[in-house]
Design a protein around this ligand. Sequence first.
Ligand code: AVI
Length: 307
Amino acid sequence: MLEEVLAGLRAKPKRLSPTWFYDELGSFLFDAICDTPEYYVTRVELDIMREFGPDIARCIGANAALIEYGSGASLKTRLLLDCLDTPAVYMPVDIARGHLLDAAGALARDYPALRIQPLCQDFTKLFSLPKTVESAERRVIYFPGATIGNFEPEKACALLTGMRSLIGKDGALLIGVDLRKDPWTLERAYNDSGGVTAEFNLNALRHVNRELGTNFALDSFEHRACWVEAESRVEMNLVSLRKQRVHVGNEQIEFQAGEPLRTECCHKYTIDGFAGLAAHAGLVVQDVWLDEEEQFSVQWLSPRTLQ
Ligand code: AVI
C-alpha cells in the first residue's frame, strides 16, 4: 500500500487511488452523495430500473445466474430481482466483506427462495466462478452505478474483456454508463452545495493518514472537481492551499501552493463512444435504456459471435 501511494505521489501530476475514499466513513459519505439533489447519477439510474425492469428481465430470461460487480448495498438489484423469472443464483461480488455480508443477509431475508452466493473479491482482478454459477443456463454480469467511468478507457476495456470471458458465449452484461451532458450539470454533481463530495474527497487523506501514518493536514487541501472536455471526464482533485511537505514512509513529499493531487476521474460517454469501447472488448451493444432527459444509460451487451 505504501509503495503504491508513494508511486502516485512521485508522479506528475500527483495521484492517489480512489479506493482510498472508501472506509466506513467514506462508504457513508458516498451514500450521502447519492442523496444530494445535485448528484443525478443514482436517482436517474433508479428511475430507469423502475421503468424498464420488466423489459430488462425479459432480456435476462429465466434461470440465469446474476453476478453483480461492486454490489455494495445491492439496492438497484432489488428492483431487478423483483422482475426476474426464477434466477438460478445471485452472486454479489465486493471487496468490502462487512458490507457484502450485511447486504447478502438482508437480501436472504427478503428473498427466501433466492440462492445467494456472495464472493469477497476485488473484481478488477481475475477470479473464477463457483460451480453453481458456472452451470447455470446463462451467466449475466450486472455492473450498475457508472463505476465503469472511474476507469481509464484502456483499463475499462480490459475489465470488459475479463467480463466477456466470465460470461461465456451465451452470457450477457447489464451495465450502467453515465452520459456526456452539459458541463454545468456535471460540475454541480461533483460539487454539491452541502459539501458532501468535498468531505468524501478529503476522506481519502484521512484514510491514508490512519493506515500509513502519513501527516496530511486536511485543512491544507481543498476539493476541486472540473469537467475536462478533451478527456470527456470530470477530474476530482485535492488542491494544496500552501507550500507544504508531507511525510510518507521515509520520504518527504513536497506540494507547491495550488498544486493538485488527482484522486478520481469520472469518464462520461456518448452512446456511440461506449459502443466503440465495448467493440474493442469483443462485446456488442444490443439494447440501451435511457431516462427522458438522456442523462444516463443502462446497456445490454453480448459477446460478439464469430461468423
Ligand atoms: C462510484 N462512482 C460511480 C462515483 C462517480 O460518480 O464516478 C464516485 C463519485 N465520486 C464523487 N461523487 C461520486
